[in-house]
Design a protein around this ligand. Structure first.
Ligand code: ZN
Length: 326
């Protein structure tokens, strides 16, 4: 469903931007030869905590976090985990325990709201409460460790569907200092199929989905590198959004390997977002959550054919459709 929303957003983005606005944008690529990417995880501690779940939820959440963190550590990769407070509470005591390793060394905690609402549906005051309540567990943890809570990421990458909301969110002094911007990669559609294959103990399908996920990730990494080069003239730091779920726990080393094998250096989100390409706030309102390459294109009045972006294989999405033949 989310893939369709994103694709629908791309159609809208073909509308030319206001030329007066696009002329004011500065060139943004001082160092075009250094390929970097920041690795980010959403929906910590575990993406299904607080949803319908089985008795194994705490054990699965623990195993997922351990596998992701071990995969990052073995390649010495920094990462930030964005937390949904509701999912912390749903796990009981273990919820905060699972976050502790994310608050040490080259790992970092960020705020992803209290209940993961769609900001398009809330007024500014209600959204402000979501941001503040989203800090309930993580702010004391971060401050006790002598750190600063630096990043907030908008659920669904929805940064304001009207100018009034977009500007109020951007101005909000109640928001953590930095919004996480610039998401380039988000591979939806595989998680539900993966969970279904696991629930059926269908090992062959589990492996097939993992392989398809890696193949699709490889295509998407190349697609956004190419899109960003076309739009900006070079590649600004990439920002990868992964979810704290079992398919990423199983494939984290292969995902990182895709970047390493194409000469990317791993950097923190702070370093990535220090790049000039990310300094400017979003310049237009949209009810969708487009990847940043499409935003940059629209801001520069460049037409991009988003229909050329590959979708996940149809058999993956059909596998989760109860009406489809398997
Ligand atoms: Zn999320």
């Amino acid at each position: 469903m989310r893939t369709r929303l994103v694709m629908a957003g791309l159609v809208l983005l073909l509308t030319p931007a206001d030329p007066a606005r696009s002329q004011a944008i500065e060139p943004v690529c001082p160092s075009p030869h250094d390929r970097t990417v920041a690795i980010t995880f959403d929906d910590l501690p575990y993406t299904r905590a607080g949803d319908a779940g089985g008795q194994e939820l705490a054990a699965v959440a623990r195993a997922t976090n351990e596998a992701i963190l071990a995969g990052l550590a073995v390649r010495n990769v920094p990462a930030i985990g964005f937390v949904v407070e509701r999912r912390v509470q749903a796990l009981g005591e273990i919820g905060q325990t699972l976050l502790e390793p994310w608050n040490t060394g080259q790992f970092e905690l960020g705020n992803h709201s209290a209940n993961h609402p769609d900001s398009n549906t809330l007024d500014v005051d209600a959204f402000r409460r979501e941001v503040i309540d989203g800090e309930a567990t993580i702010r004391p943890m971060v401050e006790k460790a002598g750190r600063t809570l630096r990043f907030f990421r908008f659920p669904y990458n929805h940064l304001g569907d009207t100018d009034q909301r977009r500007e109020a969110f951007e101005r909000g002094t109640w928001r953590t200092r930095l919004s996480s911007r610039g998401i380039h990669h988000r591979y939806v559609g595989f998680d539900a199929a993966y969970e279904r294959a696991l629930a059926r103990s269908d090992t062959a399908m589990v492996r097939r989905i993992e392989d398809a996920y890696i193949d699709y990730s490889r295509v998407e990494i190349a697609y956004y590198a190419d899109l960003n080069r076309k739009v900006l003239g070079c590649e600004p730091p990439g920002i990868l959004l992964l979810h704290a779920n079992r398919i990423n726990a199983a494939t984290i080393d292969r995902i990182l390997g895709l970047f390493r094998s194409t000469s990317y250096r791993f950097v923190s989100l702070e370093e990535a977002q220090a790049h000039p390409a990310y300094r400017q706030p979003p310049r237009f309102a949209t009810k969708f959550g487009p990847m940043w390459g499409y935003r940059w294109a629209r801001e520069r009045d460049l037409k991009v054919d988003g229909s050329k972006e590959e979708e996940p294989p149809a058999w993956v999405t059909q596998y989760t459709d109860p009406d489809a033949p398997l």
